[in-house]
Design a protein around this ligand. Structure first.
Ligand code: SAM
Length: 232
């Protein structure tokens, strides 16, 4: 089943309109025709079944026949990740974290970050395709912050776990109860060079709980996926 994406601004008076890549995907790639049925998600929990009524070069108009609204599952998981150098590895981690249910992904520059910028356009379209592919109806917000501190000052969470390879395994267990009882938990992973000692002490001062992801040193992208997978 292929889902298509139309933001709420494109859903009015019982009709949804697919535009740009979504319209091309429906009409050219999937060769959908007038009268065909399809499923549309709006990125804020709405899921619509409809019938194609009009196809033009730039748009596909769908008459909505049925709709369902889902709220985000709780607790919401926010992945905070240091920007890593290799773009394909970063994009892989973002895509997998979304499939694994990340409600928000906050990329940040930190003391050991090697790379400064990311291709937000690519990450935004990747977030849409990962939402559709994993049959979700909530779009994951992917954001970039100039620093770890700015990210911490901006993102609203009520619980924070920090994956740290230097924490002793025996007392690095994850406090699942703190996650289950939270509204939004931040899962933090450092860049290739990890968190600095200063960053770690700032994070613990701010209530961050240091956790181990096992005895092996994981690449940052592996750690992000392993961390998210703990809460499936
Ligand atoms: N700084 C380390 C070094 O250079 O040896 C490696 C950092 S690791 C490549 C990147 C990030 O993945 C770390 O900051 C941490 O968040 C996470 N990580 C990797 N292995 C981990 C483990 N076994 N337990 C907890 N976190 C881990």
């Amino acid at each position: 089943m292929n889902n298509f994406y139309a933001p709420p601004s494109q859903i009015n008076n019982g009709f949804a309109e697919l535009l740009d890549q979504e319209a091309i995907h429906a009409s050219k790639v999937m060769r959908a025709r007038e009268g065909d049925t399809l499923t549309i998600v709006d990125g804020v929990g709405g899921c619509y079944e409809g019938i194609i009524r009009r196809i033009t070069k730039k748009s596909v108009q769908v008459e909505i026949k049925d709709e369902e609204h889902r709220s985000r599952s709780k607790p919401e998981l926010v992945l905070g990740m240091g920007i890593i150098k290799k773009r394909d590895r970063l994009e892989f981690a973002v895509e997998k974290a979304i499939e694994l249910g990340a409600a928000q992904i906050c990329l940040f520059r930190s003391e050991h970050t090697i790379k400064e910028n990311v291709r937000m356009d690519r990450l935004e379209s990747l977030a849409i395709s990962a939402m559709k592919q994993s049959l979700q109806s909530h779009l994951c917000n992917v954001e970039v912050y100039h620093s770890l501190d700015m990210m911490l000052d901006t993102v609203s969470v009520d619980n924070m776990l920090v994956a740290h390879e230097k924490v002793d395994e025996t007392n690095g267990d994850i406090d699942y109860k703190s996650v289950r009882n939270s509204e939004r938990t931040l899962l933090l992973v450092g860049p290739e060079g990890g968190f600095s000692e200063t960053e770690i002490s700032n994070l613990t001062d701010k209530g961050g709980e240091l956790v181990s992801l096992g005895p092996n040193r994981l690449r940052a992208e592996t750690a992000a996926i392993a961390f998210m997978s703990q809460f499936l």
